[in-house]
Design a protein around this ligand. Sequence first.
Ligand SMILES: Cc1ncc(C[n+]2csc(CCOP(=O)(O)OP(=O)(O)O)c2C)c(N)n1
Ligand SMILES: [Mg+2]
Length: 365
Amino acid sequence: MPITTAYETRIDHVSILDEHGVFDETLGQDLISEDQLPAIMEHLVFCRQLDEIAFKLQRSGRMGTYPQNTGQEMPSLAAALAIEKADWLVTCYRENTGLFWHGLPPECILLHWMGDERGNHIPAGVNATPIAIPIGTQMLHAAGLGWAEKAKKTGAIAVTFFGDGATSEGDFHEAANFAASLKLPVVFCCQNNGWAISVPSSVQSAGETFAQRGISYGMPCVRADGNDLFAMTKVMKDAVARARAGEGPTFIEAVTYRLRDHTTADDARRYRDAGELETWEARDPLPRLRRWMEAKGLWDKSQHEKAMKSGEERVAEIISNAEEIAAPDRSEFFDHMYADLPASLKRQRDSKRTTSLGQFPEDLA
Ligand SMILES: Cc1ncc(C[n+]2csc(CCOP(=O)(O)OP(=O)(O)O)c2C)c(N)n1
Ligand SMILES: [Mg+2]
């Protein structure tokens, strides 16, 4: 038989709570405890409030730029629910819900987008990396972290997030190949939100799915409804268990949608169809979860109002913490460059002058 099948595969699509409120009891059973759901909903309400206020801060000149997370809250939150404190979240910039759940102070994110480098100072004990703006770099960091944890035999793993556009970067392919070949404890989660700024995902890749990008590296691949917290939690838990058991990485494609502009420097109305937006607004992950929780008696209007009020107060406090941080001293610029600062730089630090501003007076003597 000259022609045989060299390879065959199948990619599953996982959905548990769909946009019509239908819940798959078999798959959804015991995924997230009912006791935990009210705290999750409070968190989601708070994160969305922060997202909307961050937009307004930028519009009123109090923030440089900001990429809204609205609509994409579930994938990273599911990761945070599925991992342990010692595990790593290695993200790009639409993963606030997961980062905050994993312990990152929200002030860090605001400071980052306000242009304050101290936003990238992750507190000790929070295993997260600074959000990555150069597209794709973080996937390599996740492979490296996974490799280090494996070498140290800690049992900790790394979950990395990236967009559909980022899968076209060489960095993705290097990280995926490295992690799969060495069976590293890493989870690759692609948030396919339909767009890479103005490039639709249909132009980004000729493949039917982004999930299949992991196949060539020998990773199990799965697609899930990225607007369904339960589906995302299931695929994350499965992938985390594989990584933890030493079985190597998994590729997850979370099918979701960016309900706002790419960043505050964008106007998506210029390239995006209003009808498409409307379709995805009906799939908004927050009202979907809220309706289901209300129907199950796990949430009600008064709890929602309370969450909105406490969320507003918390957001206000976080903004004032971020805005009232004392400006850094110029000399701090030198503190992180060298273990032992060379004499010429010590001189610049102490005089607050560079030779380009003219010679030092003592040299003229
Ligand atoms: C290396 C690099 N190239 C280009 C850019 C400019 N840029 C910023 S976001 C973006 C699109 C990213 O799309 P995707 O990966 O789908 O993420 P999304 O913004 O949709 O979440 C581009 C090209 C960048 N930040 N870094
Ligand atoms: Mg995208």
